[in-house]
Design a protein around this ligand. Structure first.
Ligand SMILES: [Mn+2]
Length: 492
């Protein structure tokens, strides 16, 4: 019944384009009728809950500085950064909302349909305005008759409350299409988040100029500020607890499936953070050789390895990205240990290359060299090592790059230019993963049978510091014998 009424009144994901929000009168009689007496009754008797005691959110000083950097890069131009809208999952249900990274980074807010606009303001640079949906109107019945009414979706901040929280003037988002349509002068928008906003700007923007805005915001996040570093540290700490949770219930996973592991980690992510930062890879046995195994519907067997690649995303949307490869029964076989220790050695070489001033590629090359030496030593590849590296022949089993930037996106800063990221230089404040691996596909006839179906990856999240790096995920052991001792400890 509740759902029926909602379906009748709701426009999921839609905010009306005008200030007139009176719900459309019902005509078909399917939904419950609202008598004039009830409509009148619902207008009255509600307390004023406006909050006067709000302090700015902790990152407000940081978002102000981030907006100032953006302002300096695009003087005299109007900049439009939408949060995005709810996405339909099926019929009238939606996916959990996650604000666009650009919007959350510049505002600290995460509300659907929000839009940040930086208006050129001469000498001052820009004036920022945040556009948000206000509290529901009680007078016209919106709060209980509209699908976005607060009675259905929960109380929102009033515009005054939001202004206090985020340190930016706030206006009604329903005026945004008109504001943007009437705007004159150069405009840029971050695309792919809000079709309504883009429609209003259609004849004012170009793809090329908008891309420059996106690239700038991606590169701005290459070096993390103090707030971001604290968030990434928290994400790693929660993630370590999630891995411990998994180890404690491995026997229950054996009785069910990889799903038990996924669900166990997810519980930690939802309780301590916002969500997982990406689909958890819970890959037991040969599934570990599938790089993005997220079906997680396979068996968990004693004697196999479990490759768990998972990260908690904090409430402020910063994610960890950590992998451990664990023997399900708590002990590596000799061959599993040989392969695991090789990956560990490669990771050590990679970590040692994460220092300020090093090229981003250096840690990848250091790890690849170690893995290649092992593959030659084991007789899987014919040397010399230099020739193998030159031809990239080791990549049949190393498969992927050794790391990437980490932040609000698990593969953060993806729009950055090559020269500032892939071909760039490491600087203090950058946060990245170091994650070498070796994967022997179950159907790979070029390796001895006993190798087939073994996949190992070890992944840590590392902050570049003034004099080297700090491993943010080092609460979790990495050496094979330390992993065994840690598992034994947790399983009692
Ligand atoms: Mn990763």
């Amino acid at each position: 019944m509740a759902e029926e009424q909602r379906a009748e009144n709701a426009e999921p994901g839609e905010v009306q384009g005008t200030a007139e929000t009176t719900p459309a009168p019902r005509k078909n009689g399917v939904a419950p009728q609202v008598s004039d007496e009830l409509a009148e009754n619902m207008k009255h008797g509600w307390a004023d809950t406006e909050r006067q005691d709000l302090d700015p959110v902790p990152q407000a000083e940081h978002t102000a500085r981030r907006r100032a950097a953006l302002s300096a890069r695009f003087p005299g131009e109007r900049l439009v950064i939408p949060a995005g809208r709810l996405k339909t999952r099926s019929n009238d249900t939606e996916y959990p909302f996650r604000a666009s990274v650009e919007y959350a980074y510049l505002t600290g807010d995460q509300t659907e349909n929000g839009v940040l606009v930086l208006e050129p303001a001469g000498e001052r640079g820009h004036d920022a305005t945040l556009y948000l949906l206000p509290r529901s109107d009680r007078e016209n019945g919106e709060f209980w008759l509209s699908g976005q009414g607060e009675l259905w979706v929960g109380r929102r901040n009033s515009l005054t409350e939001a202004a206090r929280l985020y340190g930016v003037p706030v206006k009604d988002v329903r005026t945004v299409p008109d504001v943007l349509r009437e705007a004159t002068g150069p405009v840029r928008v971050v695309r792919a988040h809000d079709a309504e906003v883009e429609k209003a700007l259609a004849d004012k923007v170009t793809a090329e100029r908008d891309e420059e805005l996106r690239v700038f915001l991606s590169e701005a996040r290459l070096v993390k500020d103090a707030f971001e570093i604290a968030e990434l540290t928290r994400a790693c700490e929660s993630t370590a607890r999630g891995f411990e949770d998994v180890v404690r219930v491995l026997d229950r996973a054996e009785a069910t499936s990889e799903r038990y592991i996924e669900g166990t980690f997810f519980l930690r992510a939802r309780v301590e953070g916002n969500d997982v930062g990406y689909g958890s890879i819970c890959a037991a046995g040969p599934h570990a050789t599938t790089l993005h195994w997220v079906r997680n519907d396979g068996p968990v067997r004693s004697g196999d390895l479990l490759l768990l690649d998972a990260g908690v995303e904090t409430t402020e949307l910063y994610t960890a990205d950590v992998t451990r490869t664990l023997p399900v029964n708590g002990r590596f076989t000799d061959l599993q240990r040989k392969i695991y220790d090789a990956v560990y050695e490669a990771q050590e070489a990679g970590l040692a290359a994460v220092v300020p001033g090093a090229k981003f590629r250096d840690f990848h090359q250091a790890a690849q060299r170690v893995l290649t030496e092992k593959l030659v030593e084991w007789g899987l590849l014919e040397g010399p090592v230099e020739r193998v590296l030159e031809l990239g022949l080791q990549r049949r089993w190393t498969l992927h790059g050794t790391g990437h930037m980490l932040g609000m996106d698990v593969h953060d800063c993806a729009a950055a230019r090559r020269e500032s990221y892939v071909d760039g230089t490491l600087e203090p404040g950058m946060c990245l993963t170091v994650e070498p691996g070796l994967y022997f596909q179950p159907d790979d006839l070029t390796v001895p049978e006993e190798y087939r179906g073994i996949g190992v990856r070890i992944e840590d999240d590392v902050l570049v510091t003034e004099d080297g790096h700090r491993n943010l995920s080092d609460a979790l052991p990495r050496r094979s014998y330390e992993v065994e001792a840690w598992m034994a400890d947790l399983r009692g």
